[in-house]
Design a protein around this ligand. Structure first.
Ligand code: 6R9
Length: 640
């Protein structure tokens, strides 16, 4: 195994060097990606980059003759070169709950747990479910699985027992890591009890042999003899060393069920080699990683963003991550800004939902904090309106930090389209330019490639190292979902517009595009226009059937102050921002919008509520706040 730690390629680049990299990755992808791969440590270095093929049965295949271990790349090589560097700073939601782990300490903790897993019979290729809040053990759990070649599947703490059961059955998890209780502000979520119910619901289908319980609050929980074990008791019996399994680059590292989608959950499978190359490369390139960074990605680890930019990217690059357990404005507005000041966070990566939420608290909150340590700030998950972008840039970045809006998906493993910090000039509201090696393409509805400026379905013409390999146990569904809409291409499900100079603007999921009298209207377009109205905090547009126009637009608006808000202002903003044809049929003034935990507005629900179709609203447990649904129904009824 090679010893030296080579700095990731993307960091510290000038705009010119970045352009050269884009060219090289485009012209000689094999050479370029092998070069990137060799920055990792391998047991057997790969001789070949991609053998992927988007036709026929579809194959996503990267570095497949190489062998490595992901946890060695994230830990051991840094322990050798910088054992005392902080790997992880954890701050609980109460001030006095905190912990800092050096690379050496994190390595030891991961090894102890890896030994526990092995002792409990977890084998290479087995699935382990991780159902924990933002505590250190969640990250240790992921890395411990990686160490022994187990496949982790991180499950959101807010899933209902039914939601968990579905995913436990589908993955066939043999062991579960859960908490006694999870905290969310003042709320307490009885994680262990919910998990017990989930396992019971799996019935004969359950393969869960053990449940390891992390004491987060120290609450008493029912323990089933033999099956249930306390985490701390188990790790205390083990040694802080554990040999790492040698994994093929194509061996699965994790499964992750996609958020907010309809139908059965899809367990996207990510591999070990390609995924880690992509995580490290994009983390370095997009955020211009520097060794002294304190990198804070606010995403929950149960989201792909948490996998790639809380854990794998920054740790592969030997960085220091900050993990904060709590909510942005609990116990009081400005909590996250205090965390940034307290720890000297240099890179802050969050979501437009968070930006809109904190915007709503007024400028005084953010202006009363220093935020001088910040160097780069970013968002992911949904389009950010130009107004929110500008506010983030001016008030949080103090006009000094590049703002990176990053477009990507669970399926892509890491960032695909962005304005890489220091290399690409951003445009507020635009996703900007594809990263090196990303062959983004627009196709029209006839499947023809759109050249130059234009609009179409956002597709990828070739594979990239971070691409998901398959859907767990259902490769045909993978092929059908992503490779049949535009044969020969990976279809993202998103629409996009491209300017003549290549900048991309995401128009939203194509299933969210509304067609009013033949005019195609992106819901994001409407919402951007509505956002121009300063009385409005947030809005969501949906299309519902309309006798004359095919579809009509309905807009849900969250006003800053309910009493003083005039719906006609929305009409004006849409007419001005988009055109008269896009003026909504109906505007509903509501307190909040239904969102997934990753902050995506669940338009499917809004559409049904707007149509007064209240049958089969589906599983609401994936919502950040399920209570909003009955409230919305009542508000819509009251407004006719
Ligand atoms: C990382 C993540 C993917 C979908 C994607 C798109 C939307 C994500 C975006 C964005 C506009 C951005 N999306 N980032 N839309 N601008 N910067 O979010 O993964 O949860 O799988 O969602 O989210 O619609 O297709 P995932």
């Amino acid at each position: 195994m090679s010893e030296a730690f080579e700095a990731p390629a993307g960091a510290g680049l000038t705009a010119g060097q970045y352009k050269d990299m884009v060219l090289k990755a485009g012209q000689e992808p094999e050479v370029f990606w092998l070069e990137q791969a060799r920055k990792l440590v391998w047991h057997v270095p790969p001789q070949q980059a991609s053998r992927s093929d988007f036709t026929g049965d579809v194959r996503v295949d990267w570095f497949s003759d190489g062998y490595l271990n992901v946890s060695e790349n994230c830990l051991d090589r840094h322990v050798r070169s910088q054992p005392d560097k902080l790997a992880l700073i954890w701050q609980g939601q109460d001030e006095d709950q905190k912990e800092s782990l050096t690379y050496q300490e994190l390595h030891a903790r991961v090894c102890r747990l890896a030994n526990v897993l092995r002792r409990l019979g977890v084998k290479k290729g087995d699935c382990v479910a991780i159902h924990l809040p933002m505590v250190v053990e969640g990250i240790i759990g992921m890395l411990a699985c990686a160490r022994i070649g187990a496949v982790h599947v991180v499950l959101f703490g807010g899933f209902s027992a039914e939601g968990l059961a579905e995913r436990l059955s589908d993955s066939g998890a043999v062991l579960v890591l859960t908490a006694d209780v999870a905290r969310r502000g003042d709320k307490r979520i009885p994680s262990k009890t919910i998990m017990d119910e989930a396992i019971a619901r799996c019935g004969a289908e359950s393969r869960v042999r053990h449940v390891l319980v992390v004491s987060v609050t120290g609450a008493d929980v029912p323990m089933q003899p033999e099956r249930d074990l306390f985490y701390t008791d188990e790790v205390a019996q083990e040694q802080p060393d554990c040999p790492a399994e040698s994994m093929s680059a194509q061996d699965p590292l994790f499964l992750l069920y996609t958020s907010g989608s309809t139908g059965r959950p899809k367990g996207l499978v990510h591999g070990s080699g390609g995924y880690l190359v992509w995580a490290a490369f994009t983390h370095a390139t997009v955020f211009d990683h520097k060794p002294d960074d304190i990198f804070w990605c606010t995403a929950d680890t149960s989201w792909i963003t948490g996998h790639t930019y809380v854990v794998y990217g920054p740790l592969a690059n030997g960085g220091t991550i900050l993990v904060y357990e709590g909510l942005p404005s609990w116990p009081a507005p400005g909590r996250w800004w205090d965390v940034i000041d307290q720890y000297g966070v240099t890179v802050f990566y969050s979501s437009p939902t968070v930006v809109r939420g904190v915007m709503r608290e007024g400028n005084d909150v953010v202006r009363s904090r220093s935020l001088a340590s910040l160097r780069v700030i970013g968002t992911v998950g949904e389009p950010i309106s130009p107004e929110a972008w500008q506010w983030f840039h001016d008030e949080v970045g103090k006009g000094r930090c590049p703002v990176v809006d990053t477009w990507w998906q669970t399926e892509t493993g890491g960032v695909m389209i962005t304005a890489a910090a220091g290399c690409v000039t951003p445009r507020p509201g635009a996703a900007c330019l594809p990263l090196p090696g990303v062959r983004a393409t627009l196709l029209d509805t006839q499947g023809q490639v759109v050249d130059g400026a234009g609009e179409g379905l956002l597709c990828m013409a070739a594979s990239w190292p971070g691409q998901a390999l398959s859907i767990w146990k259902d490769h045909d569904r993978f092929r059908q979902t992503y490779f049949t809409t535009c044969p020969g291409y990976y279809f993202t499900g998103d629409g996009a517009r491209r300017e003549a100079d290549g900048y991309y603007w995401i128009t939203g999921r194509v299933d969210d595009v509304v067609n009013v009298s033949g005019h195609r209207i992106g819901t994001a377009e409407i919402e951007d226009a509505v956002a121009m109205d300063h009385e409005v905090v947030e809005s969501a547009a949906v299309g519902i059937p309309h006798d004359l126009k095919g579809q009509g637009l309905v807009v849900f608006v969250v006003p800053k102050e309910e009493g003083v808000f005039h719906p006609s202002a929305v009409n004006r903003a849409v007419a001005e921002g988009v055109g008269r044809y896009a003026v909504p049929e109906k505007i509903y003034v509501v307190r909040d919008l239904p969102k997934t935990r990753s902050g995506k507005i669940v338009r499917r629900l809004l559409r049904k509520i707007a149509m007064h179709d209240l049958e089969g609203l589906g599983d609401l447990s994936t919502l950040a706040d399920p209570e909003i649904v009955p409230e919305l129904i009542a508000q819509v009824k009251a407004q006719g």
